[in-house]
Ligand binder design. Structure first.
Ligand SMILES: [Zn+2]
Length: 258
């Protein structure tokens, strides 16, 4: 079994063939997908999509791109969704100083709010970090006791240690397969076996071989095979390990039975 720990299957890119996309994923062994919300509206869509679908698990949060002027009403909506028993994580949240679509100050405020909610609810947090390493670490340290995942980890091996010390899981997307990302591959070789996850972040970041196309959960298999080879383990064993890690982190049913 393969687990895609970060998929935005609610995206409009999938409106024409969403059921076929999910069927293709399952045919490739991708039996579990975490469907990650980025705004109140898309978070609600995640819950609707996952309702009654075995192996699909929703989250709720506000992406740093959408963190500008977060109102009490928006935060209330996110909190209400996060409190639902079927919600497996808080986020996506985090910091993105590369694009900086929202002011950095608003991003930090939003991130901190999600961290505190995750701690209160004892649910993992899904963290997006781009060009914001120092502030991300600082905020994670300000809210100790939070567990979660550095999603689409895009940094190198040198930046790994503090996140591992904080207890975070590290998830790799298709970008780990790109020829120029050797630093990121080195990180993927070094993450301890019980802390590593794989994801698509679809519809973005299709792995090498599918680059330039819309990404979809079925393609997480290519990323998984690539990292397994880098780590000198079999794809089957790496699929088993990363699915077990995901099941433990997100509290997915049947974790022990595989
Ligand atoms: Zn995302």
């Amino acid at each position: 079994m393969i687990t895609d720990t970060h998929a935005h299957v609610f995206w409009k890119d999938f409106d024409g063939d969403r059921e076929a996309v999910l069927a293709r994923a399952r045919a490739e062994g991708v039996e579990r997908m975490i469907i990650v919300g980025t705004t109140p509206e898309t978070s609600r869509q995640c819950f609707e999509l996952c309702d009654g679908q075995p192996g699909l698990y929703p989250t709720a949060g506000v992406h740093p791109h959408d963190a500008e002027g977060l109102s009490a009403g928006i935060l209330d909506e996110i909190e209400e969704l996060c409190r639902r028993p079927d919600c497996v994580a808080v986020g996506e949240t985090g910091l993105d100083y590369f694009k900086e679509y929202s002011p950095a100050r608003d991003q930090r405020r939003g991130f901190r709010w999600h961290l505190e909610l995750a701690r209160e609810l004892d649910k993992p947090v899904i963290v997006h970090c781009r060009d914001a390493n120092q502030d991300t670490l600082e905020l994670l340290r300000e809210v100790p006791g939070v567990r979660g995942v550095m999603h689409c980890y895009s940094m190198g091996a040198d930046e790994l240690a503090p996140y591992l010390e904080l207890g975070m899981h590290i998830s790799f997307s298709g970008s780990v397969t790109y020829p120029r990302n050797e630093d990121n591959r080195e990180a993927a070789r070094r993450v301890p076996a019980d802390r590593i996850l794989v994801e698509t972040d679809c519809p973005f970041l299709a792995p090498q071989g599918k680059r330039g196309k819309r990404n979809e959960p079925a393609y997480v298999k290519l990323t998984l095979e690539h990292i397994a080879a880098e780590r000198e383990t079999s794809a089957d064993e790496f699929a088993r390990q990363t699915s077990l890690n995901a099941a433990r982190l997100f509290g997915l049913d049947g974790a022990a039975t595989d």
